[in-house]
Design a protein around this ligand. Structure first.
Ligand code: C2R
Length: 174
């Protein structure tokens, strides 16, 4: 298990992934959490390869102040479901591409959880969306984060309006 955390504040989100080879894909989650000022910790830990260590780690998350878990894995992706089985915290799964089936395996493994053990699954490699969803969950009890999210969404509208205005000025499509 290799573990790191952002800043000195107590982590609110745990970003877990099955292998160090997933770290580049999962780094977008960390970058997004940092952009919103959400402290997080990052751990490479496999349910298949180290099940007892995973159970110990997940069992302590709530008491340590973690509110949401983001779990990314490729191939036969047991990790997000295993985390969901071990905690009542919300778990967001990130399927990761690669291998002979190039991510179809991990998408199905993460999305097709049995009733009673949900994993909220985002798109292939989309750890950015996993972080935004985590922030939206935290924002339910954090007005400051809610305000930042509203600004984030407003940026989409502003950029679209600016794009339209620029296209009109340049006469694109006329
Ligand atoms: P290696 O590069 O370490 O061989 O891992 C990882 O998420 C990674 O995408 C290859 C792929 O195996 C995945 N893996 C899982 C689990 N542990 C590792 N899906 C698990 O416990 O679910």
């Amino acid at each position: 298990m290799s573990q790191s955390s952002s800043g000195s504040a107590r982590a609110r989100v745990a970003v877990v992934f099955g292998s160090p080879s997933d770290s580049q894909t999962m780094s977008k989650a960390g970058a997004t959490l940092e952009r919103f000022g959400v402290p997080y910790e990052q751990v490479s830990l496999s349910a298949h390869r180290a099940p007892r260590t995973l159970a110990d780690y997940v069992g302590q998350l709530r008491a340590r102040g973690i509110s949401v878990v983001i779990a990314g894995a490729g191939l036969a992706a047991a990790l997000p479901g295993a985390v969901a089985a071990l905690t009542t915290l919300p778990v967001i799964g990130v399927p990761i591409s690669g291998g002979a089936l190039d991510g179809m395996d991990s998408m199905l493994a993460i999305a097709q959880m049995p009733p009673g053990v949900p994993v909220a699954t985002v798109g292939l490699n989309n750890s950015t969306n996993a972080a935004i969803l985590a922030i939206q969950i935290l924002a339910l009890a954090d007005p400051d984060l809610g305000f930042k999210l509203a600004e984030f969404k407003d940026d989409f509208e502003r950029n679209a309006a600016e794009g339209l205005a620029a296209a009109a000025t340049a006469g694109v499509g006329q």
